[in-house]
Design a protein around this ligand. Structure first.
Ligand code: PLP
Length: 368
């Protein structure tokens, strides 16, 4: 087997794959001087809303800002608690912190997503919202979460930064509660050429409020409410219009790559693989990442690195409560166990069939 060098993510590919088109878009926007709050942004918002069957999509500066604005627009702040899985990117929890509310960390389940039992146990009289985090292109089993939210009168604000186009029982990630937040960071499955994000909602009043808040609370020449600057650049929106058109193909490709991994790696006892595409009719997964579990994770990681394959421990291999300086005093044993087992192998649309074959062979070689 000839050695290959496979980066975890191929950033130049994002541009190279359709370079002439992006130059054209850049030239068009530049020539029109259409940089902020222009028709391309509104067009993208309409396209995005249609794509995930939601009433409103609002372009935001990035996925972190959009979560922060969502919480504030929902009236969540000091004295309130928001439940969030500890297995997430620091941005989810940082957004809660900066809203003034207290993040309450809970367990992830075998699907690496928010655990309903742990969520229920964390509900207090101060709880105002649940923030499920839809990771790796998979939407959590939302039935029990929606049920809990209804029973205890809580808002659901989804961090669906990693799950655009993913669905559970035919309903798209980001559309289960008051709001869903997306990120267009370059390495996200719909990545732009810098930072970008969006907030989606089916609530008209909430949408109006968020639209005001992302632009300083300004309403014409008046200021209606306190806001900030959290606008998605019109240039990024214009690139995203084009990228969204090709997004169904990108999802198809990711699912094909995942199927190849699942087939190629089947039967290795030490590995726990993500559910194969199509294996569960309730879930449509978009494979933002391919995250497996191994009891020999560190050795496997080293073996792959030695053979030119770059892998990642998501977020440096630490759940939020494991960042000592943040002073969370909780024990989440299942999450801790997951953090010692999980490893992400390359998953992006630049990968070719022979790359996957090489990665599969290298992993099989490790277990021989
Ligand atoms: C990427 C990401 C974010 C933050 O998005 P940015 O656009 O980088 O601010 C939030 N939550 C999760 C789970 C993410 O993966």
């Amino acid at each position: 087997m000839t050695r290959k060098e496979i980066p975890f993510f191929n950033y130049p590919f994002l541009y190279e794959e359709d370079k002439e088109k992006y130059k054209e878009i850049f030239d068009d926007i530049g020539s029109r001087g259409a940089f902020v709050l222009q028709k391309d942004l509104f067009q993208f918002e309409e396209d995005l809303a249609k794509f995930i069957n939601v009433k409103h999509a609002i372009g935001m500066a990035d996925g972190t800002n959009s979560l922060m604005v969502a919480l504030m627009a929902a009236g969540i702040g000091q004295g309130d608690e928001v439940i969030v899985p500890s297995h997430t990117f620091i941005a989810s929890v940082g957004a809660i912190h900066f809203s003034g509310a207290t993040p309450v960390l809970v367990e992830a389940g075998a699907d690496h997503l928010i655990d309903p039992k742990s969520t229920e146990a964390a509900i207090t009289s101060k709880t105002k919202a649940i923030m499920p985090v839809q990771l790796n292109g998979r939407t959590a089993n939302m039935d029990p979460i929606v049920k809990l939210a209804k029973k205890h009168n809580l808002q659901i604000i989804e961090d669906s930064a990693q799950a655009l186009g993913s669905s559970y029982k035919g309903k798209y990630a980001g559309t289960f509660g008051l709001a869903g937040s997306f990120s267009f960071y370059p390495a996200k499955s719909l990545g732009c050429f810098g930072d970008g994000g969006a907030l989606v909602t089916n609530d008209d009043d909430f949408a109006t409020k968020v639209r005001l808040m992302r632009d300083h609370g300004r309403n014409g020449t008046d200021v209606d409410i306190w806001g900030t600057n959290s606008r998605l650049d019109n240039m990024q929106a214009a690139f995203l219009i084009h990228k969204l058109k090709k997004f169904p193909q990108a999802i198809k490709k990711r699912r094909e790559l995942a199927s190849m991994y699942n087939e190629g790696l089947s039967g290795i006892e030490d590995l726990t693989l993500p559910p194969a595409p199509g294996s569960d009719e309730n879930h449509f997964d978009t494979f933002q990442n391919y995250e497996l579990e191994s009891g020999r994770r560190d050795e496997l990681e080293e073996h792959l690195t030695k053979n030119g394959i770059k892998t990642i421990r998501q977020w440096g291999g630490k759940a939020i409560h494991q960042f000592k300086k943040l002073n969370f005093d909780v024990k989440l044993p299942y999450t801790e166990q997951l953090m010692d087992r999980m490893l992400m192998i390359p998953m992006n649309t630049s990968l070719q069939d022979d790359d996957i074959a090489y990665i599969v062979d290298t992993i099989r070689g490790f277990y021989k």
